[in-house]
Design a protein around this ligand. Structure first.
Ligand code: HEM
Length: 296
């Protein structure tokens, strides 16, 4: 078992060394000496937040994804707008939709008390995502750490790189490929939608316009039309755009439903891979004092 763990560690470190951007690379136990309580503080606060509001777990997981797909996992998503720089929070895929920022603020505040200017906001997002998944009964994994925070945000990048709910399968595959993620990652990570919610605006088009491709009369067709009827009753043709309700679960996720062990293993592997996208390390970027603003 120990040998297996060691092997996984070595392989992961090798992998992260190849994928990281800077002079350093991501490692386990990065804060072991400098902030030994970091992981405990993060875990405890995610548990408390998700206990009070279970949906927050989903929202926190999504924050890490929306961070990593824009410039890389550098906490750019957390920056507020300042003169001359519009935040990613204002971009189409995030506005009125992305949430959980207060949880990150609280964790960052506590970490600054415990060990000032040590734990990056980008690493907090990666740890929080893992702990959020665990809090909803999902798999766990060891988070590689050592990311630095960006000095800017990218409003345009958020509009460009975060996939839209009506994207074709081809464009989803392309957008993941551009980030070094393959089809297996796309399917596994889409499984994130087994938790959380979506607004009517995110899938109305699909439930009113789409024609099912399934064979009429088949079980699959019946399930599809029933599900669609339920969603239509919750989301009328117009209105309720900001009212939340259960989101459409991606069909690929259902493929994993019969083998939870496989889904969990694939999901954890893909999350580690996603967490490595264009990370800043070494002297790149900075460790923000407040995740909403760059240090002056
Ligand atoms: C494959 C491309 C993806 C598309 C097109 C997509 C699209 C969406 C949309 C439209 C919503 C609902 C947003 C709203 O209505 O407010 C959503 C929610 C969510 N997404 Fe994705 N997503 C994708 C990939 C991912 C990935 C890779 C993750 C995590 C690793 C993720 C995690 C989540 C979670 C957890 C929620 C629920 C958030 C909440 O309840 O606050 N998504 N996604």
């Amino acid at each position: 078992m120990e040998l297996m763990r060691l092997l996984i560690m070595v392989l992961s470190i090798f992998y992260s060394a190849k994928t990281s951007n800077g002079d350093g690379f991501l490692v386990y136990d990065y804060y072991k000496e400098t902030c030994p309580l970091a992981e405990d503080i993060v875990r405890h606060n995610v548990e408390v937040a998700a206990y009070k509001d279970p949906r927050l777990a989903a929202s926190l997981l999504r924050l890490h994804f929306h961070d990593c797909f824009v410039m890389g996992c550098d906490a750019s998503v957390l920056l507020d707008s300042v003169e001359g720089m519009t935040s990613e929070k204002q971009a189409g895929p995030n506005l009125n939709s992305l949430r959980g920022f207060e949880v990150i603020d609280k964790i960052k505040y506590l970490l600054e008390e415990e060990c000032p200017l040590t734990v990056s906001c980008a690493d907090i997002l990666a740890m929080v995502a893992r702990d959020a998944v665990v809090s909803r009964g999902g798999p766990t994994w060891e988070v590689l750490l050592g990311r630095k925070d960006s000095l800017k945000s990218s409003f345009n990048g958020a509009n460009q790189f975060i996939p839209a709910p009506n994207s074709s399968l081809e464009s989803l595959i392309d957008s993941f490929k551009a980030k070094g993620l393959d089809m297996e990652d796309l399917v596994a990570l889409s499984g994130s939608h087994t938790i959380g919610r979506a607004r009517c605006a995110s899938f109305r088009q699909r439930i009113y316009e789409a024609k099912p491709e399934y064979h009429h009369g088949s079980d699959r067709y019946r399930r599809y039309t029933t599900f669609r009827r339920i969603l239509r009753s919750i989301c009328p043709v117009t209105g309720r755009d900001h009212k939340d309700h259960e989101g459409v679960i991606k069909e690929q996720v259902w493929a994993y439903a019969s083998n939870q062990k496989l889904f969990f293993a694939s999901f954890a592997k893909s999350m580690i891979k996603m967490g490595n996208i264009n990370v800043l390390t070494g002297n790149e970027g900075e460790i923000r004092r407040n995740c909403r603003f760059v240090n002056t």
